[in-house]
Every structure is written in C-alpha cells, then in structure tokens.
Design a protein around this ligand. Structure first.
Ligand code: BTN
Length: 262
C-alpha cells in the first residue's frame, strides 16, 4: 500500500476521521502552503499534506520551522463553523499531546499549543485561517512533531531547547504511526468543539505547564508585555496581569517564563 493510503487506513483503524485525500511529498517548501492552495481550489475537510522534509517550513510569529528528515511535517484542512474556530489551536495541542502519550512520552502544553517535554519543545502547531463573507472558510492546521530527529542536527541555538520522541526513548515511534495518532485524536477533539467546547479547554488546562502566577514576557503582534500569568480563559485567550494590576487578554503571542510563582 502506498503511504497516503496506508495513513488513511491507519487513521480509520484508530476510529479517526475519513481522509478524503492525502499527499505525502519527499521534499516540499511547506506542507501548509501546499494545503492552502488545495483549500483555495475547494479541497475537502480532512485533506492532508505531509512531507519528509520542508525547505521553507514556517512556525508561529513569523519564525522558520527547521524541517530536516526525521520530523513529522503534517498539515490538515478543517472547514469549521465560525464558533469552533477560535479553540482549534487548543484542541490541536491536546490532540498532539495525547498522541505522543501513545508512545510513552508525556507532553505538557505551553500556550497556545507548544508541546514540551522536560521544558524542551517536542512539537509545534500553526493554525492559519481564511475568512470570507460567510465567516471562516478554512483553517490549515500545520503540525510539526520531532519524531526521529536528532537534536544534534539542529542549529546550535535550538539544540538545547528541542527534544524528539526518539530522544525521549520512544524509538518505536514512526512518523506514519505518529501522524495517524495525531489525526485520530484531532478528530475526537474537533468533534468536541461542536458539542462540548469547555471540555477542550478543560483538557488543555489539565495538560498545561504549571506556570500560573509566574512572571512572564509575552511577545504579541510586535508588542512586548510583561506580567503575571493568570489563566487561559474559556475562549482560549491568555490572561496576564500587568504591573499596575490591569488584566490583558491575548489571543496570540509567544510566552517566555521569567520567574516562577513564589
Ligand atoms: C511553531 O512555531 O511552534 C509552529 C510550527 C509548525 C510547523 C509545521 S510543520 C508542518 C506545517 N508546515 C509548515 O510550514 N509549518 C507547519
């Protein structure tokens, strides 16, 4: 069986969604860019694009995503009703954390959806949406999981802040099996967004790094804020308390811990 068919069959065998189309490339610029093109030409929900390596992998906040062989590079197309869209990043984080748990690795979530293990980054998620007159048309969810990647292959600046499933001892994890587990768990949590969105937030909170009360820096939309980490609210926004006591809700950004809660 070829890889796209095998992936669709593996997802189905885990009770996950039916994948109407799957592309698995050797090398590509970015799986998310390819999937956006497909989305614009009317591709169906749960269409997936994967690659063995990316030459132009993109991360959140305009960063590059290093994509050497050994990583899982997966993008999947969702066409949510507007009210489901805001919590998709959190749902995806929960799905990936649960999926890596199937391989014996316990991932923690850093807002909005970084998956960390022992404080090192194991997976990242980039949700990109397009809206039209009728609301959200599509969301391309790009997921990168460090599966068999050797952190030594990464640039010096990243080496100590990144881990992989193999580095955590999960040597039986293949990219195919991890992709199937991620998509199956994503199916569950995407469904939950329709009927029980608060379950998604609760599941996210249960897996979150325990940074509450600590002092953080947040870079958001070109601005930098410093404050105390209060909570992730029911809409999935991060709430921080600024030095004067005012609270700010943030819907996107990058959080860095400065000082844990006393
Ligand atoms: C992050 O910055 O943490 C998000 C990283 C998302 C990377 C994935 S890999 C598959 C998809 N294609 C991309 O170009 N980016 C996403």
């Amino acid at each position: 069986m070829d890889r796209p068919l095998a992936l669709a069959a593996a997802v189905a065998s885990l009770g996950g969604p039916r994948l109407p189309a799957v592309e698995w490339h050797g090398t590509i610029g970015s799986t998310s860019d390819r999937l956006k093109d497909l989305a614009r030409s009317g591709a169906l929900e749960w269409t997936a694009v994967l690659a063995d390596r990316q030459t132009g992998g993109r991360g959140r906040e305009g960063r590059a995503w290093q994509s050497p062989p050994g990583g899982l590079y997966l993008s999947v197309l969702l066409r949510p009703l507007a009210e489901r869209a805001a919590l998709i990043p959190l749902a995806a984080g929960v799905a990936v954390a649960e999926a890596v748990g199937d391989f014996g690795v316990s991932g923690e979530l850093k807002w909005p959806n970084d998956v960390l293990v022992s404080g090192r980054k194991l997976a990242g998620i980039l949700a990109e949406a397009s809206s039209g007159a009728l609301g959200v048309e599509w969301v391309v969810l790009g997921i990168g999981v460090n599966v068999a990647l050797d952190p030594a292959e990464l640039p010096d600046a990243l080496r100590d802040s990144v881990s992989s499933l193999w580095a955590e001892g999960a040597r039986r994890a293949s990219r195919e099996a991890v992709a199937a587990a991620v998509l199956a768990r994503l199916g569950v949590w995407y469904d939950a967004l329709g009927a029980h969105p608060q379950r998604v937030v609760a599941a996210w909170r249960a897996r979150a790094v325990s940074w509450w009360g600590g002092l953080v820096d947040v870079r958001t939309g070109g601005a930098a804020l410093r404050g105390r980490l209060i909570e992730v609210d029911d809409q999935g926004a991060l709430v921080i308390e600024l030095p004067g006591g005012a609270r700010r809700r943030l819907v996107s950004g990058e959080v860095q811990m400065l000082r844990p809660a006393p």
